[in-house]
Design a protein around this ligand. Structure first.
Ligand code: NI
Ligand code: MN
Length: 228
């Protein structure tokens, strides 16, 4: 699995599975994201996974899904809306797992809110666990710290977790350090910070605090790629 971070909560994951390669975008917030180094035209993907409907996650989904003929994987409510716009979609809900050609996606709870950019109902917010081959990645979406993260950590051997640290709308640094303990991933990358003034935090402080608990932290700058 090859993962590129494009700022905020936007990841592009390239996966080889059964001799085919797939490109999976998560929360493709490009237009209005001052940290994002790509344009909607640059983005090539086969699937788009949405954690929830907020504008800073739904982002350019409509444009990208249409130009790439990509399938949008999201909660049932968002999926119905995508379908009505003529976009290929796969609706899921919290606790459910589905095996896609690139690997499996399981939707987890996230303590947050959700609505579409126009304010219409978008169901519940989610986190996602993606498994392909022997690798497992957790993208927490927008969330507060919650005790069930311990269960997520116990039930899944997570190699890499992406956790929000920007505070105000989601967990801040100290809660995210606790979340990392619960999730028990080998490595954590902080997301959902510094995009706007209200979520400006020091990622180095998160790294310091996290590493003092014995966990690894990989801070990624927008455009950085890692192989896991
Ligand atoms: Ni949100
Ligand atoms: Mn958000």
């Amino acid at each position: 699995m090859n993962i590129t971070y494009y700022g905020h909560s936007f990841l592009l994951i390239k996966i080889e599975n059964n001799g085919y390669s797939y490109s999976v975008a998560i929360d493709p917030f490009i237009t209005g994201n001052p940290l994002c180094p790509v344009t909607p035209d640059d983005l090539k993907c086969d699937y788009i996974i949405l954690t929830h409907g907020h504008g800073d996650h739904f982002g350019d989904t409509q444009t990208i899904a249409k130009s790439n003929n990509a399938t949008v994987i999201a909660t049932a409510e968002i999926s119905y809306k995508m379908e009505s716009l003529g976009i290929k979609t796969h609706g899921m809900n919290i606790g459910g797992l589905f095996k896609f050609p690139f690997g499996s996606v399981k939707m987890t709870i996230a303590h947050h809110s959700s609505s579409m950019p126009d304010g219409s109902y978008a169901g519940d917010p989610a986190g996602v666990i993606i498994k392909s081959g022997d690798k497992t990645v957790y993208h927490a979406g927008d969330t507060a710290l919650f005790m069930d993260m311990k269960l997520i950590g116990e039930m899944n051997e997570i190699n890499h977790a992406f956790l929000p640290i920007g505070d105000n709308f989601t967990m801040g640094i100290d809660d995210a350090v606790k979340a990392a303990e619960f999730i028990n991933a080998e490595t954590i990358t902080p997301i959902h910070y510094n995009t706007f003034d209200v979520i400006k935090v020091d990622a180095e402080e998160f790294k310091r605090k996290l590493e003092s608990t014995g966990k690894q932290c990989k801070i990624m700058n927008p455009g950085d790629t890692i192989e896991i």
